[in-house]
Ligand binder design. Structure first.
Ligand code: IPM
Ligand code: MG
Length: 365
């Protein structure tokens, strides 16, 4: 078994170092290999996703990814920008299913910007389709408009599109996840529920989305299904987030809603993610970005990355026990009152990135 380690840019290198430290202590029999990605790879090789990095990622059983991007690359041609590395990995590895669990740890209820009673006990899962939609739809580009409101003017365009099989496979992932969560919660907690988020009232793409999710839902009579327009979903996420169980949505809406969901948990610094392909090969990354504003200061929260490593052990490497050990250790350090600045509240102990990683290692027992 091999893990590709791609720290990337900004705080990526700092937080991945802590996750690797945690993995190493577990003494599992994995090979690891590190490679440059994003702006760091652009500086060294002139491309954000060099062939060698892509090859390593493809060969590995799992990829542990930090973050990419820095404002200084914003003027580069789009194919050379750091963000293209993560998009290229998703596309080339076929990582269509993105899991973004939003769990509010009881110790962090007061770090959330929402009232305690709204987020206390929150445990929802956002499943975002990750290789289609307007992110990858062709054609796209710039041209001179031949019609529209201002013919003859410069215009830019992207294409939102989904095919039936793309919707079917992500719908299956969502229903199966809801079923599994319901089983784990126990029979007295009611059935699993999938909320499919669309914009079928306006967009053809999402009318097909809604129709196909409804059809697939018939194969899962034990899972409840409802549909919600994306604008309403954004509102409900901050109004009554605990009403959700599994949310399934397209690439673009999922990008936006998962950032909103992150804040329910106290900080985006707590939100891990897994992106899987049909073979259960996966890329694991914190849901947050490279945060160039705090890079190099040793204050970034490594917990989302450490929790992503736990997801990696569970989903791609079949190491449930080790995953649970990490999750317990994270819980323990929060109970000890240790907090990076993003989750700090009065009466807790402020620590840096490395101290937080060390504390998790120590709590592994
Ligand atoms: C995310 C990020 C990426 C996305 C960026 C970095 C391309 O925001 O993973 O949510 O838009 O998917
Ligand atoms: Mg995003």
């Amino acid at each position: 078994m091999k893990i590709a380690i791609l720290p990337g840019d900004g705080i990526g290198t700092e937080i991945v170092a802590e996750a690797v430290k945690v993995l190493k202590v577990l003494d599992l029999k994995f090979e690891t290999e590190i490679a440059l990605v994003g702006g760091a790879a652009y500086e060294a090789f002139g491309h954000p996703l060099p062939d060698a990095t892509l090859k390593l990622a493809k060969e590995a059983d799992a990829v542990l990814f930090g973050a990419v991007g820095d404002w200084k690359y914003d003027t580069l041609d789009r194919p050379l920008r750091p963000e293209q590395a993560i998009l290229g990995l998703r596309k080339n590895l076929g990582l269509f299913a993105n899991f973004r669990p939003a769990i509010c740890y009881p110790q962090l209820v007061d770090a959330s910007s929402l009232k305690r009673e709204l987020v206390s006990g929150l445990d929802i899962l956002i499943i975002r389709e990750l290789t289609g939609d307007i992110y990858f739809g062709q054609p796209r580009g710039r041209r001179v408009a031949v019609d529209g409101h201002f013919p003859g003017s410069e215009e830019a365009f992207d294409t939102m599109r989904y095919s039936r099989p793309e919707i079917e496979r992500i719908a299956h992932v969502a229903f199966q996840a809801a079923r599994k969560r319901a089983t784990e919660r126990g029979p007295d907690q009611g059935p699993g529920r999938v909320t499919s988020v669309d914009k079928a009232n306006v967009l053809e793409t999402f009318q097909l989305w809604k129709d196909v999710v409804t059809e697939i839902g018939l194969q899962y009579p034990d899972v409840a299904l409802d549909h919600m327009y994306v604008d309403n979903a954004a509102m409900q996420l901050v109004k009554a987030p605990k009403k959700f169980d599994v949310v399934v949505t397209g690439n673009m809406f999922g990008d936006i809603l998962s950032d909103a969901a992150a804040m329910l948990t106290g900080s985006i610094g707590m939100l891990p993610s897994a992106s899987l392909n049909a073979k259960n090969q996966g890329l694991y990354e914190p849901s947050h970005g490279s945060a160039p504003d705090i890079a190099g200061k040793g204050v970034a929260n490594p917990l989302a990355t450490i929790l992503s490593a736990a997801m990696m052990l569970r989903f791609s490497l079949n190491q449930n026990e080790a995953a649970a050990r990490i999750e317990k250790a994270v819980d323990a350090v929060l109970s000890q009152g240790l907090r990076t600045p993003d989750i700090y509240s009065e009466g807790t102990t402020r620590v840096g990135t490395r101290e937080m990683g060390d504390a998790v290692v120590k709590a592994l027992g």
